[in-house]
Design a protein around this ligand. Structure first.
Ligand code: ADE
Length: 269
């Protein structure tokens, strides 16, 4: 998977993403990251990339020409390498876009190449957006000073869904949000810390019990912190509650039977 970020601050992108898991995936060649400086493509002799908006208003706008030429250079280079017959998707990171979420990350991770366009100042000339952008995406309902941080957030979330990026093959799929549930609590050594003990079930070695406990923890956390996600999970997992109710009923009957046997044994004595 190849990420191409069109930006006025390429060093921000490269420095922000070259560490830890993403940095390792790049070193292994599982993903590549290219930060293209839009300013390198301006035809203005003073290297200007912005100008006043027609009709007036506060601030400056990024001009169409350097953005288009930077995009064109990336697209030409991709098609020269013969990586893809179709034009790659271009994500314009903007607070006006669709809200980014996990299933979007999963979907983008299927692409061979992805181009991010980072805006600055008061935005970008609409005409170039109309020509090159395929997806308008926001990372949340707040406004940042530029598109670099949102682009980095998205590159990170998408890259970790690419096979081979996470060492544990399953973990990108099984954790929070993949199935609407938040993560269960985790504990490592020591067994007691600040007088707090690791829950007994995790030391039991009973994998079935541990799995059940973790799911219950995930469910109660999600219900408490993100009831919207909890309700989605409940809707898609009705059979879990049916099975759980049956299990509890069996358990209740077993207990009752045990108690009545104990009572009759006592009477006999
Ligand atoms: N650019 C500025 N703010 C943004 C946001 N919240 N999401 C995406 N891009 C942005």
């Amino acid at each position: 998977m190849n990420f191409h970020v069109l930006t006025l601050f390429p060093e921000m992108i490269l420095q922000g993403l070259n560490t830890s898991i993403i940095g390792r995936a790049m070193a292994k060649g599982i993903i590549t990251l290219e930060a293209v400086n839009i300013r390198d493509y301006t035809i203005d002799k003073h290297k200007k990339v912005d100008d006043y908006p027609y009709g007036g208003g506060a601030g400056m706008l990024m001009q169409a020409q350097p953005v288009f030429d930077a995009w064109k250079a990336v697209v030409d280079q991709i098609s020269l390498r013969g990586r893809s017959k179709q034009k790659p998707r271009v994500i314009y990171v903007t607070p006006q876009g669709e809200r980014f979420h996990q299933s979007m990350a999963k979907d983008f991770a299927k692409e061979d190449d992805l181009i991010f366009l980072c805006g600055h100042y008061e935005g970008i000339d609409e005409r170039v957006l109309e020509e090159i952008v395929t997806d308008y995406v926001s990372i949340g309902d707040y406004v940042l000073t530029g598109g670099e941080l949102p682009a980095m957030v998205m590159v990170d979330a998408i890259a970790r869904m690419v096979p081979g990026v996470l060492s544990n093959k399953a973990s990108g799929e099984t954790e929070s949000f993949s199935n609407y549930l938040l993560e269960y609590p985790q504990y490592s050594r020591p067994e007691v810390w600040h007088e707090k003990k690791v829950p007994q079930v995790l030391l039991s070695g009973d994998h079935k019990k541990i799995e059940e406990w973790r799911l219950e923890q995930s469910l109660s956390r999600t219900k408490e912190k993100r009831n919207d996600l909890y309700e989605k999970w409940v809707e898609e997992n009705q059979e879990y509650f049916i099975k759980k109710a049956k299990r509890e009923e069996r358990q209740r009957k077993k207990e009752l039977k045990k108690r009545s046997t104990a009572k009759s044994e006592q009477l006999v004595k």
